[in-house]
Design a protein around this ligand. Structure first.
Ligand code: MLT
Length: 396
């Protein structure tokens, strides 16, 4: 059996397992080190009781033969599709345009399968690695990187951008924490329309947008339903990174160039390769979108945003240039002239802090570190105290 040649094109390890490997290597020589993880964006707050109870009730119902359920609809249970359309999208999308799934990453992989290998793609650089690496696994060879840096306010220069079939776009952005304005998203939608491209809009961090002028969904932009698919997730919205629940919106108005329906093909693919998200997770998702659950997760999101604000202040006090962290759970800190893996190692060894090296997100991430605000407050405060000890001098 020959190895899939696409696999040979990937770099050695995926970013986050590599970070864990280095952290564990350090820990094996320094077992007493109290490491604070501000690396992978993994939620740490306990679930609100009303949501945990809904998960438990759903699990318990499986032990009752009168309530037991097996497979559900591949697209997700109707009540949850309705509730997503109502609570998240205020009915700007139809419930049958909502496809519930087991995680944004999984749906990204299936979307890559939907479009196949004979496509060109564009990504922001820096970018969430799954867009690029999943496409490479799929056999995509034409990958255009659109530089996003402080000079262009982390929004690509669309006037000079090359046309591609697909455009991946993430706002609030992972990793930079930049949030695209309404005007910027309007420009992106016009660009996609002009070029007959499809936007894959990753809205996994949309719940962190507090500024009412900033769009939470691409569908707030007129005409977006003809050019965009949106991926949403309960992971960062509600602390479901381990529970696993997400959704993808595939509008009925979205067509391939031969006029056939993308929605119909997505439905075909999902009913073939997916048997629906866990019924337990879906009942948890329903509880998130009920009044009490929704209120509780606003508090959870506000907690992480306060963490981001604390980190932001601490980095600024050290005279470190820092972006993001407002309306977003990630901070993007610049260390001019330094290699980000060197900074990673320095933070790990000297301060026992793990952050994510920016170069893991693309060439434009070199000199940057990403700090995640998904930690407990004590750890955030302790990390800021440790960072203050260095007065910033060694970091700059
Ligand atoms: C991240 O840290 O970038 C994310 O948590 C990874 C993910 O969502 O897969």
């Amino acid at each position: 059996m020959k190895r899939n040649p696409n696999m040979t094109l990937l770099q050695d390890g995926y970013l986050f397992p590599e970070i864990t490997r280095r952290k564990n290597a350090f820990l094996s020589n320094n077992p007493e080190a109290n490491i604070i993880s501000l690396g992978i964006g993994d939620t740490t707050r306990a679930l609100p009781t009303c949501i945990a109870e809904a998960l438990a009730d759903s699990a318990n119902a499986l032990a009752d033969s009168s309530k037991y359920t097996g497979y559900g609809p591949e697209q997700g249970i109707g009540a949850l599709r309705n509730k997503i359309a109502e609570v998240i999208y205020k009915h700007s999308v139809d419930a049958n345009e909502v496809f519930v799934a087991d995680g944004a990453k999984c749906d990204l992989g299936r979307l890559q399968m939907l479009f196949g290998s004979d496509v060109s793609i564009a990504v922001q650089d820096p970018t969430y690695p799954v867009y690029v690496e999943g496409s490479i696994i799929q056999g995509v060879s034409k990958i255009v990187r659109l530089p996003c840096n402080s000079d262009n306010h982390f929004f690509p220069d669309l006037d000079s951008a090359e046309r591609t079939d697909l455009i991946y776009f993430c706002s609030p952005n992972n990793p930079t924490g930049a949030v695209a304005s309404r005007e910027q998203l309007q420009a992106l939608v016009s660009f996609a329309k002009k070029n007959k491209s499809i936007i894959l809009f990753d809205a996994a961090y949309a719940s962190y947008i507090q500024d009412p002028d900033l769009p939470k969904s691409i569908y707030e932009i007129e005409g977006a339903k003809e050019v965009a698919i949106e991926i949403g997730s309960f992971s960062k919205l509600a602390g479901f990174t381990g529970v696993r629940l997400s959704w993808t919106i595939v509008p009925k108005a979205l067509k391939f160039d031969d006029g056939t329906s993308v929605h119909a093909d997505w439905n075909r693919l999902m009913t073939t390769l997916f048997n629906g998200a866990s019924n337990i997770a879906q009942h948890g998702g329903l509880a998130v979108l009920e009044k009490n659950g929704w209120q509780a997760i606003q508090e959870m999101n506000a907690y992480y945003l306060e963490n981001a604000a604390i980190l932001h202040r601490a980095l600024r006090e050290l005279n470190i240039q820092v972006y993001g962290g407002h309306n977003a759970p990630y901070l993007w800190a610049r260390f001019p002239g330094r290699k980000s893996w060197d900074i990673f190692q320095y933070l790990l060894e000297e301060f026992h802090i793990v952050a994510t090296p920016g170069s893991g997100f693309g060439d434009n991430g070199e000199e940057f570190m990403r700090f995640s605000a998904f930690a407990n407050r004590e750890n955030i405060l302790e990390a800021t105290e440790r960072l203050k000890l260095c007065c910033g001098a060694e970091l700059l």
